[in-house]
Design a protein around this ligand. Structure first.
Ligand code: GAL
Length: 409
């Protein structure tokens, strides 16, 4: 009752603050909409799908959906993780009693604008958007603001002030974990006069996350590059040179093949290839398997826990992946969406409503210069051959008799 009353009281004033987006409400006065608390016939919330498996347990969200409709816009089905994100979000919101519309936009920004416009025309009460291009959604975002529809920027930040909140992992830490892993594995602190050869593959420049991953890793590795302990033989270091449009596996593969034939065909040893994520690591690993002349195993980093990459980890072809539990990312998003729709205050206390390692951060991300976007940032983990069981323990993967992992959704 208390929640409903609050939601009703806030719904008028919140519509005004919503228009100002990320920059002005600082996270203390979230947007609400007129459907909040307007329907007593909330569906039963008995589905286990709302609860992620151990070890990250979230409390089952209250059944306060009240007939609200949620638009979930994912970038593409061609990159594995977004299929999982889409499924977890869709399942969890439905289990909590919401009506959902789920779209994938085939990595085409124009199509994503259309998909979001269609959702707005369908009368969604809240949007969850993982942007293909963080700077290409202005038309759709402005229409969302005009319609008083709150927007949760999911995983990738949209650079538009119509965004109400951001839910993601700590993106800089993802890169930092990759860099630290390389430093530890090669024992760079005690390298003496040894020199290790490194190549770098980063993500999509249109994705706001890609720079964070790259800089998180490079900030750790730079002292060793500057001292000469790490040698980027191709000399391809800066972000724009090593970036991979749309995180495409074939693009990463082709660039890796070019580097191997141009710089390593003479027998030069390659020691490590920093890859920002699994889809690019897959291409790089393929190039190394087919085109690398050396016989040493090359340390390859990744991110996501895609099935093909986990198989490569088991087979010793990829060395690590930074795992992000996207089921938990969906749980956080659901809790946040419920608070917004109910007109509850959104601040750090929201993190008490789920048992997930997640920071409330009002400083790190901006949707435009000076406009801070209140963010909920989950914690990523390093997965190697030695702790694959941790993934199985989440309940989100099973291990076959062959030792390979399969995702359960
Ligand atoms: C990023 C995301 C990563 C990775 C990549 C390619 O935005 O944070 O987890 O999946 O996109 O899809």
């Amino acid at each position: 009752m208390k929640r409903k009353l609050l939601g009703t009281l806030l719904s008028v004033t919140m519509a005004v603050s919503l228009l100002a987006g990320c920059g002005s409400n600082g996270g203390s006065t979230p947007a609400a909409n007129n459907n909040a608390g307007g329907n007593d016939a909330a569906p039963a919330n008995t589905e286990a799908a709302a609860e992620p498996a151990a070890p990250a347990e979230a409390e089952a969200p209250a059944a306060t959906a009240g007939g609200s409709k949620i638009g979930i816009s994912m970038p593409t089905q061609s990159l594995e993780r977004w299929n999982r994100d889409g499924a977890y979000l869709n399942d969890q919101f439905k289990a909590a009693g919401y009506e959902t519309i789920l779209t994938f936009s085939d990595n085409d920004s124009g199509r994503q604008v259309n998909d979001i416009q269609n959702m707005l025309a369908d009368g969604v009460d809240l949007l969850i958007v993982a942007a293909i291009d963080g700077e290409a959604l202005n038309t759709a975002m402005n229409e969302a603001a005009d319609a008083n529809v709150p927007v949760i920027s999911y995983d990738r930040l949209i650079l538009n002030d119509a965004v109400s909140y951001y839910v993601s992992f700590d993106n800089y830490t993802v890169g930092k974990l990759q860099g630290e892993f390389i430093v530890d594995q090669l024992d760079l602190e005690n390298a003496g006069d040894s020199v290790y050869n490194l190549e770098i593959t980063a993500g999509d420049p249109a994705d706001n996350n890609a720079g964070y991953f790259y800089h998180g890793a490079i900030d750790v590795l730079n002292p060793y590059i500057e001292s000469g302990t790490l040698n980027v033989v191709s000399d391809q270091i800066d972000f724009d040179t090593v970036a991979t449009a749309q995180w495409n596996t074939d693009t990463a593969l082709e660039r890796a093949q070019n580097i191997l034939s141009s710089y390593y065909a003479d027998g030069t040893q390659l020691d490590v290839w920093l890859c920002s994520n699994d889809s690019t690591a897959l291409g790089v690993a393929q190039a190394i398997t087919s085109d690398y002349a050396g016989s040493n195993s090359v340390l390859i980093t990744g991110q996501d826990g895609d099935e093909a990459n986990l198989k490569n980890i088991v087979d010793g072809i990829q060395t690590m992946t930074v795992y992000k539990n996207v089921s938990n990312e969906a749980v956080v998003t659901l809790s946040l969406a419920q608070a917004i729709i109910n007109g509850d205050t959104v601040d750090a206390s929201l993190t008490d409503s789920f048992d997930i390692d997640c920071a409330y951060d009002t400083e790190s991300y901006e949707t435009s210069a000076g406009n801070k976007c209140p963010s909920f940032l989950l914690v990523p983990n390093v997965i190697t051959k030695d702790n694959l069981q941790d993934l199985v323990d989440t309940g989100l993967y099973t291990m076959g008799e062959d030792g390979y992992l399969s995702a359960t959704n």
